[in-house]
Design a binder for this molecule. Structure first.
Ligand code: NAD
Ligand code: MG
Length: 390
């Protein structure tokens, strides 16, 4: 309620786009929150500055080689410094009521699971967790009584209008997609796309990896798998609809013909605030939606020929087993190779496809199996990148 004392919060991936937006909301009402742990990959300067400003108890850098720098940057602050993958899990295991999971990629899986295992309220931005290990992850949420709140704008929208009491009355969910910067481009034109063009998203300001995912529409594919797990909906009840204005963040259709939507300006602070205030609404300083000024909302069915990632995700979900894990890992490797200018834009989906075909590992039953499939896929896709680049 309104009189609740400070909530203890941890932000995994605090230096990223979602992380800084989260801290922006926390900074507007600092007395309400107490920051337990903040983590980053390698940006020690930004991490130390955040940890001092918010009076965090612990700051963790994933790269063990940066431990000395972090310790020096935090000297005299009283903030505990730590480094390495195990320290990331320790940060997540510390007793914060609310954990923002905003590490990018499968690297966020183990720390996020750590927060889930102590039954925390987990605001989940890190969609790759669910693509890589959705069945295991959702089982852990149920087993440990964790509260999972989706941050991804589409899933947050669905969560807001999804009637969990009458789930059987839901006919389908409609994931909206902006279509990314190349929505209207031919495949020929897409072949020559540069990393700079791919990361310049028309509506949203985001980290590099998700921006490239949006450009290939793999992001919508990952979100398709994410929605399947969060809302326990079969793939045939999930539809993707291109909506270039990104005003309708997604919809739920019921068997009586009603379609419920959540709308807003494209600013991640709205879905983040929904999870931070949960179960109450809180104010967010975003631009207000002015539909009169926008005038027109457009919709298109997605083009699977120009965006093969959309077909790929449906196929891997149908194939099941380790296929989604392999797809996610291969995509991470391919996107990094594209950003490093080692492969072209259209090679991303092609290499993911080829990796999924080549890697034959059994269905994972444990976290170890998932991590092994992830590693195997990374090795195979790295080899394919090498073949292309040679
Ligand atoms: P980002 O690249 O801006 O930030 C990523 C954060 O994770 C940084 O703090 C970075 O230091 C940390 N990190 C990166 N690699 C790491 C590693 N190997 N180990 C530990 N920490 C690591 O990314 P972002 O845009 O903030 O996205 C974060 C997650 O949220 C992604 O899974 C993304 O798909 C999801 N998401 C983002 C948005 C958005 O608007 N940015 C929207 C929806 C979902
Ligand atoms: Mg999204």
């Amino acid at each position: 309620g309104e009189k609740d004392g400070p909530r203890t919060v941890t932000v995994l991936g605090s230096t990223g786009s979602i992380g800084t937006n989260t801290l922006d909301l926390i900074a507007r009402d600092p007395d309400r929150y107490s920051v337990e742990a903040l983590t980053a990959n390698g940006n020690v300067e930004a991490l130390a500055e955040q940890a001092r400003r918010f009076g965090a108890r612990m700051a963790v850098v994933a790269d063990p080689a940066r431990y000395g720098d972090l310790k020096a940057a935090l000297s005299g602050s009283g903030v505990e410094a730590a480094a390495g993958p195990e320290a990331l899990c320790e940060a997540a295991a510390r007793p914060a009521d609310w954990v923002m999971a905003a590490i990018v990629g499968a690297a966020g899986l183990e720390p996020t699971l750590e927060a889930v295992r102590r039954g925390a309220t987990v605001a989940l931005a890190n969609k790759e967790c669910l693509v890589c290990a959705g069945t295991l992850f959702m089982a852990a949420v149920a087993e440990h009584g964790a509260t999972l709140l989706p941050v991804d704008s589409e899933h947050n929208a669905i969560f807001q209008v999804f009637d969990f009491e009458q789930k059987s009355r839901v006919e389908r969910i409609i994931l909206t997609a902006s279509g990314g910067p190349f929505r209207t481009w031919t495949r020929e034109a897409m072949a020559a796309v540069t990393p700079e063009q791919a990361v310049a998203h028309p509506n949203w300001s985001m980290g590099a990896k998700i921006s490239v995912d949006s450009a290939t529409m793999m992001n919508k594919g990952l979100e398709f798998i994410e929605a399947h797990h969060i809302f326990a909906m079969p793939p045939e009840k999930i539809e993707i609809l291109v909506h270039p204005q990104s005003v309708i963040h997604s919809m739920v259709a019921y068997e009586d013909g009603s379609v419920l939507a959540q709308l807003g300006t494209p600013d991640m602070r709205t879905p983040i605030a929904f999870t931070l205030g949960w179960p109450h609404r809180m104010a967010a300083p975003t631009a207000r939606l002015d539909l009169g000024r926008i005038g027109t909302l457009q919709f298109e069915t997605p083009d699977h020929d120009r965006f093969p990632a959309l077909t790929l995700v449906r196929d891997v979900l149908k194939a099941g087993g380790a296929c989604p894990t392999v797809l996610n890992a291969a995509n991470e490797v391919a996107v990094a190779a594209f950003l490093g200018r080692r492969i072209g834009f259209l090679d991303i989906a092609a290499l993911v496809d080829r990796t999924v075909e080549r890697v034959a590992v059994p269905a994972p039953v444990s976290l170890e199996d998932v991590l092994a499939a992830d590693q195997e896929a990374r090795a195979v896709c790295t080899g394919l990148v090498g073949d292309l680049a040679a």
